[in-house]
Design a protein around this ligand. Structure first.
Ligand code: NAD
Length: 328
């Protein structure tokens, strides 16, 4: 099958080629999938996309007109896919449900530690031969309460790591994981209660209509003053403007994010020549207690390997008509 692989970056091509073993004809396209790049899939029966490719109803219609029947997502979240349009066009899609929960959970904890121990500021100082410690006081993670919102694949690993640090871990989820309760003394509470109790709040749930802006002016007001907020899931879980207000007032003490609600226009490309193009993000980055990474929580060797293998397996299943539990 000929597959147009959009948003294909150097760091993932080798893994995809190895997983493919020359079975399918992979056409690597550096650009993201959007209206202006649909024509690049001409002659392909399938496309492969990543988190910021625009799999909208309109673009799906365009792909369908070109003869594309299948969308292979190289990610877990599928909030960028218009699933209703996909079904109406009788197209199908599959995602990589889990590739390395460790990669994302460990990145969330990396953000916590870097913010708490002020590693970025400390590193900048020592590079200028300034070894003063003023302003670098952190806190013990041990015995602090961390609220994990969403205890699915990634949240469960976060609970395990944080339990290892000696944190008290509380969580909220629609489904309670009994193993986490018995192995890591996890306590499930309501989201409001989690906000009230937690020194650190870490988000590990999908972006859905009911989770959009779940961290907003009201929920932030319920959090402890000086709370650390971590988001490695999807940007629009947080109302960024409300977060900026709370950073200004000191209600949020530190913000660690790997995702940003308007990241589609920016992330995965070099925009250093147009730094003011997003004034909200530019303002966010003026705070020294904000740590932003550009959607790289998934970016480990192991995760890239697993993504490649699962993506090619999804393409194989579609090509052979085999049932696939990863289908959307
Ligand atoms: P998952 O589906 O295994 O778990 C999500 C959990 O959230 C589930 O247990 C679900 O019950 C819970 N949930 C859903 N709605 C909820 C609500 N309203 N309140 C409380 N809990 C709710 O997903 P996962 O693999 O753990 O991934 C979580 C998210 O991480 C993904 O949706 C994706 O957006 C994001 N992600 C980010 C990266 C990255 O590189 N930054 C990589 C992979 C995944």
């Amino acid at each position: 099958m000929k597959v147009a692989v959009y948003s294909a970056r150097a760091y993932e091509k080798e893994a995809l080629q190895n997983a493919n073993a020359q079975e399918h004809d992979l056409l690597f396209i550096d650009q993201k999938m959007q209206a202006s790049t649909l024509h690049l899939a001409y002659g392909c029966e399938a496309v492969s996309v990543f988190v910021n490719d625009e799999v909208s109803a309109e673009n799906l219609r365009g792909l369908s007109d070109l003869g594309v029947r299948f969308v292979a997502l190289r990610c877990a979240g599928y909030n960028n896919v218009d699933v209703a349009a996909l079904r109406a066009l009788k197209m199908s899609a599959a995602r990589v449900a889990a590739y390395s929960p460790y990669a994302v959970a460990e990145h969330a904890v990396a953000l916590m530690l870097a913010l708490n121990r002020k590693l970025i500021v400390a590193n900048e100082r020592v590079h200028r031969f300034n070894f003063a410690l003023d302003g670098l006081v952190g806190f013990d993670m041990h015995h602090k309460t961390v609220g994990v919102v969403g205890t699915g694949t990634i949240g469960a690993v976060a609970v395990q790591i944080l339990h290892g640090f000696g944190c008290k871990v509380v969580a909220c989820d629609k489904i309670e994981n009994q193993e986490l309760i018995s192995r890591f003394a996890l306590r499930y509470v309501s989201f409001d209660q989690l906000c009230a109790e937690s020194d650190i709040v870490s988000l590990h749930l999908p972006l859905l209509p009911d989770t959009k802006y779940m961290v907003n002016k009201n929920s932030i007001a319920k959090m402890k003053k000086g709370v650390m907020l971590i988001n490695t899931s999807r940007g629009a879980l947080i109302d960024t403007r409300a977060a900026i207000e709370a950073l200004r007032s000191g209600h949020i003490g530190a913000l660690g994010i790997d995702v940003y609600e308007a990241e589609q226009a920016l992330f995965f490309d070099d925009h250093s020549a147009a730094q003011g193009s997003d004034p909200v993000l530019a303002e966010l980055l003026t705070f020294s207690n904000v740590l932003l990474t550009g959607h790289q929580a998934f970016l480990t060797k192991e995760a890239l390997q697993n993504i490649a293998v699962a993506t090619l397996r999804n393409i194989d299943c579609f090509a052979s008509g085999e049932a696939n539990s990863n289908a959307l």
